[in-house]
Write a protein that binds this ligand. Structure first.
Ligand code: HEC
Length: 120
């Protein structure tokens, strides 16, 4: 038990997390936003035209959550960095996965920090 608690403490410390909230380093969120707009916003932007109907990511997520959560990823307050990273490397349904030659690990960290910036 003591070992488990110590391990959790170390992991939390290494990740810079406190209670699941991701602590971004300075500049990271701005860099992440730039990369997000380049790689992700083509499908995930908030489109004023018909609730994002012309954006595959926003349209799918609008259909999935039916108004419970925003369809546009940048408006979400429930996304955590580890989940975002998993989806980037694995893809999801119609969403392609991204290789390290497209989005490096460092860039992926920045994008995840950007999308998790409002996580509660
Ligand atoms: C070609 C269009 C496309 C691109 C580009 C794209 N996505 Fe997606 N993404 C989708 C679709 C479609 C879904 C919804 C899958 C489903 O229906 O479950 C999705 C789902 C997601 C989800 C899951 C959200 C949830 O509520 O579970 C995350 C996170 C995500 N995308 C992140 C990203 C990030 C970060 C990028 C850029 C690196 C990106 N996506 C680029 C189409 C895309």
């Amino acid at each position: 038990m003591k070992k488990t608690i110590a391990a959790v403490g170390i992991v939390a410390g290494l990740c810079g997390t406190v209670g699941g909230v991701f602590a971004a380093e300075p500049g990271q969120i701005a860099r992440g936003q730039e990369k997000y707009e380049y790689w992700c916003a083509t499908c995930h932007a908030g489109d004023p035209r018909e609730g994002g109907r012309y954006l595959p990511g926003t349209a799918s997520l609008n259909a999935k959550y039916k108004g419970d959560r925003p369809g546009a990823l940048a408006d979400r307050t429930d996304l955590l960095a580890p989940y975002v990273k998993l989806v980037i490397r694995r893809g999801m349904e119609a969403m392609p996965f991204f290789r390290k030659t497209e989005i490096s690990d460092a860039e992926m960290e920045d994008i995840a920090a950007y999308l998790a910036r409002n996580a509660k």
